[in-house]
Design a protein around this ligand. Structure first.
Ligand code: 13P
Length: 245
């Protein structure tokens, strides 16, 4: 049985004070949610105070990126030990915005996954095709390349901690959600690419315009095990509605 996950990717939204305010408001709303894992991923400067405010709650903390070295002369980067020390248990890796704007490749995604696993952070690894790739019929090829590249030579023993997010780029922030059937088709395909021994227990999240009014239909699909949510995760009300689908 795969426990569903609702993860909020806050991208570059919310100051530290705004993040703390969100947590204060969301905690009582979701305190009885036991059947899902809830995660929020604020910006780096908000992690510390957010972690303090989350203490003792049923919501976990994640970061939005990780560098592959533990320390050194890497201006602007943040390492696994630093994320661990601040209270993170999850980290998003390879989001399409990082691939598009910051030169992320399947190779760097692979290095970041290794760093996360080394420091016992659960990576939420993002894959997904762009609009022109879907329209030209190469969705499966693109996703397969991303999955094979990301998980190249990752030991099967680590798979308990790995989470995958399928996020079609054309559905992110556009209000254009993939239909439950479109998403299910790709989720099933992704599961089929995973090592046999881990495929059935790995959680595959869907991301791309998930909202309180479409979450139920998406989550009803057999291979969709939760959501990685941008816009609708920013308000306590809608986050809590998502967590109670
Ligand atoms: P939206 O939910 O705003 O479409 O963002 C999805 C996303 O990119 C989550 O990582």
């Amino acid at each position: 049985m795969r426990k569903p996950i609702i993860a909020g990717n806050w991208k570059m939204f919310k100051t530290e004070a705004e993040a703390v305010d969100f947590v204060k408001k969301v905690k009582p709303l979701v305190k009885d949610v036991k059947d899902k894992t809830m995660i929020i991923c604020p910006t780096f400067p908000a992690l510390s105070k957010t972690a303090d405010e989350l203490q003792g709650s049923n919501v976990a903390l994640g970061a939005q990126n990780i560098f592959w070295e533990d320390e050194g002369a890497f201006t602007g980067e943040i390492s696994g030990p630093m994320l661990k020390a601040v209270g993170c248990t999850y980290v998003i890796i390879g989001h399409s915005e990082r691939r598009q704007y910051f030169g992320e490749t399947d190779e760097t995604v692979n290095k970041r996954i290794r760093a996360a696993l080394k420091h016992k952070l659960s990576p939420i690894v993002c894959v997904g095709e762009r609009l022109e790739e879907r329209e030209s019929g190469s969705t499966f090829k693109v996703v397969e390349t991303q999955i094979r590249g990301a998980f190249k030579d990752i030991d099967e023993a680590h798979w308990d901690n790995i989470i995958i997010a399928y996020e079609p780029v054309w559905a992110i922030g556009t209000g254009k959600t993939a239909t439950p059937d479109q998403a299910q088709e790709v989720h099933k395909f992704i599961r089929g690419l995973l090592p046999k021994s881990v495929a059935e227990k790995t959680r595959i999240l869907y991301g791309g315009s998930v909202k309180p009014n479409n979450v139920k239909d998406l989550m009803a699909q057999p291979d969709i095990d939760g959501g990685l949510v941008g816009g609708a995760s920013l308000k306590p009300d809608s986050f809590s509605q998502l967590a109670m689908f």
